[in-house]
Design a binder for this molecule. Structure first.
Ligand SMILES: NC(=O)c1ccc[n+]([C@@H]2O[C@H](COP(=O)([O-])OP(=O)(O)OC[C@H]3O[C@@H](n4cnc5c(N)ncnc54)[C@H](O)[C@@H]3O)[C@@H](O)[C@H]2O)c1
Ligand SMILES: CC(C)(O)[C@@H](O)C(=O)O
Ligand SMILES: [Mg+2]
Ligand SMILES: [Mg+2]
Length: 352
């Protein structure tokens, strides 16, 4: 554990220097890691672990798109790819990576295979924290922990292939074997994390549900839509409104923030822009703070988890989500974005 200073607050974190891959391989050398579900996190975590020399198998429904994807990714039916029950039986560490709603339906099956000494691994605190809604209550004689990558499984894999790492949190809910800590940290390293920070199941799910509904996904779309619409209402073209709202942010300014922080991005803009941004950011903070508080309450009272379970347990949930995504995709702003993306020099046919 390294004690590091985060803005004046000391935290215990795990870095790759102190827990190198060789140590993770040693801890996991006698384990069979069964990744159950091959949607978004499943492939990222299974492929990174496989490339990191971990004994990993995949459990997925046969005759599904995800099964075919696992085959295309090199998992071999009968050797490293099995139907869910067989993978559950073979695995000593069960990585439960079905969608949070599907985890409820499959729980009675999973529970049958949780024999003493096995480990149940999640990438979210959802199922355990909201167990009154999910019914997920593990037996006492298995380890229960999580590694929650802070980003999409797609990024987890891409960053791994680029030699980078996506930061993850980890938490232990139950240590039945006395080895939960070394097991969970080894898995965190093996799936391709950058550094690992400690949390608990409740804090993980509260922060994660807040973040994705807030600045990471919900709020960002809301603020884009609001600014774009004002510019359009005032007579600006779609090209001008989209570039001034989205394209400049993703292509020019956010990479600078990622590299060296907000003040550095500001410092690389004009003094005119700096004056305006410094004057206005607190107004936006104050306007949105009540919405973030309302959001956090909605998470903490279980309203958000219940809504997610209710909608995502319906047989036609995929079609319904797709309809809503289509509405976004077909909005003028994102259609304008499609044209703008196609005009990026690197996306143009016959580029030099
Ligand atoms: N998507 C991400 O990048 C991401 C990031 C961090 C954490 N997580 C967490 O990881 C876990 C997995 O999320 P995901 O987004 O990868 O899941 P997902 O929605 O992609 O679904 C994963 C798999 O579940 C299978 N599935 C769906 N319904 C099923 C059912 N009834 N029976 C059997 N299989 C079924 C699908 O075939 C798919 O292979 C969740 O706990 C999620 O919160 C996801
Ligand atoms: C990738 C996210 C948004 O961080 C994750 O939390 C998810 O639920 O998909
Ligand atoms: Mg999430
Ligand atoms: Mg998240």
């Amino acid at each position: 554990m390294a004690k590091l200073n985060f803005g004046g607050v000391e935290e215990n974190v795990v870095t790759r220097e102190e827990f190198p891959l060789a140590k993770a391989q040693e801890v996991l050398k006698n384990e069979t890691v069964a990744v159950i579900g091959y949607g978004v996190q499943g492939p990222g975590q299974a492929l990174n672990q496989r490339d990191n020399g971990i004994n990993v198998i995949v459990g997925q429904r046969k005759n599904s798109k995800s099964w075919d994807k696992a085959v295309a990714d090199g998992f071999v039916p009968g050797e490293t790819l099995f139907d869910i029950e067989e993978a559950l039986q073979r695995g000593t560490i069960i990585c439960y990576l079905l969608s949070d709603a599907a985890q409820i339906a499959l729980w009675p099956t999973v529970k049958k295979y949780l024999t003493p000494g096995k480990a149940l691994y999640f990438s979210h605190g959802f199922g355990i924290t909201f167990n009154e809604q999910t019914g997920i209550i593990p037996p006492a004689d298995v380890d229960v922990f999580l590694v929650a990558p802070k980003g999409s499984g797609t990024s987890l894999r891409r960053m791994f292939l680029q030699g980078r790492g996506l930061n993850s949190s980890y938490a232990i809910f139950q240590d039945a074997t006395g080895k939960a800590k070394e097991r969970v940290i080894a898995l965190g390293i093996a799936v391709g994390s950058g550094y690992l920070f400690e949390t608990d199941f409740k804090k993980e799910v509260y922060s994660d549900l807040t973040g994705e509904r807030g600045t990471l996904m919900g709020a960002i779309q809301g603020i884009f839509a609001a600014q774009y619409q004002v510019l359009r209402d005032k007579g600006h073209t779609p090209s001008e409104a989209f570039n001034e709202t989205v394209e400049e942010l993703t292509q020019s300014l956010m990479p600078l923030v990622a590299e060296n922080g907000m003040d550095w991005m500001y410092a690389n803009c004009s003094t005119t822009a700096q004056r305006g941004a410094l004057d206005w950011w607190k107004k936006f903070r104050d306007a949105t703070a009540p919405v973030f508080k309302e959001l956090y309450e909605s998470v903490a009272t279980g309203k958000e988890s219940q809504r997610s379970i209710d909608s995502n347990s319906q047989p036609d949930y995929r079609e319904k989500l797709e309809e809503e995504l289509k509405e976004l995709r077909e909005s003028e702003m994102w259609q304008a974005g499609k044209t703008v993306r196609s005009l990026r020099p690197e996306n143009q046919a016959g580029k030099a």
